[in-house]
Design a protein around this ligand. Structure first.
Ligand code: FES
Length: 174
């Protein structure tokens, strides 16, 4: 087997399929040399893989002929790019003014505590990602937590555990 093939296989984790890498190669080919090629390729890569793992950044860098540092700089500058896998469910705690002054910070602290992650993180079992949002338009019933498309109003740290439990895989299978 040629050396290059072995190296490529070692580089690519088993987490992803050959089809995903083929799709990425096609995206690189189609965007190379065009304006905004880096952002467009990274956007497509995130669509394919769900986030931008290092191995994907490396393939994009090589494919477009630009330094890894540039890829990393762009991937970390724009908030819509994620360097970590997203969880099945996204929990967003509102930290807008109305929510914050009515206990939003305590709610966020408890979410971090219950999930064992920080804002922007994902639990090891990839069930939950934690985000902070500014205002979801429900200030009258602050503080607010959103889980996927569901909005929970007048939250308190004590209310969180049973609500999160409803979204865990074991509860969904019941
Ligand atoms: S500040 Fe949280 S909903 Fe408006």
């Amino acid at each position: 087997m040629p050396k290059g093939v072995v190296e490529k296989k070692v580089e690519q984790s088993s987490e992803f399929t050959p089809e995903q890498f083929a799709e990425l190669d096609a995206a690189i080919e189609s965007f190379r040399g065009k304006s905004g090629s880096t952002i467009r390729t990274l956007s497509k890569a995130q669509e394919i893989f769900g986030y931008l793992p290092k191995e994907v950044q490396s393939i994009v860098a090589k494919g477009l002929g630009i330094p890894m540092s540039e890829i990393y700089g762009i991937a970390t500058f724009y908030s819509f790019f994620s360097l970590v896998p997203k969880g099945k469910h996204t929990i967003s705690s509102c930290q807008g003014t109305a929510c914050y002054v009515r206990g939003g910070k305590q709610v966020m602290d408890e979410l971090k505590n219950l999930l064992g992650i920080d804002v922007g993180g994902t639990t090891a079992d990839r069930q939950f990602s934690l985000d902070s949002v500014r205002c979801v338009g429900a200030c009258a019933l602050a503080p607010v937590v959103r889980i996927d498309d569901d909005v929970y109003r007048q939250m308190s740290p004590k209310k969180l555990k049973p609500i999160i439990a409803k979204y865990s895989d074991s509860a969904e299978g019941e």
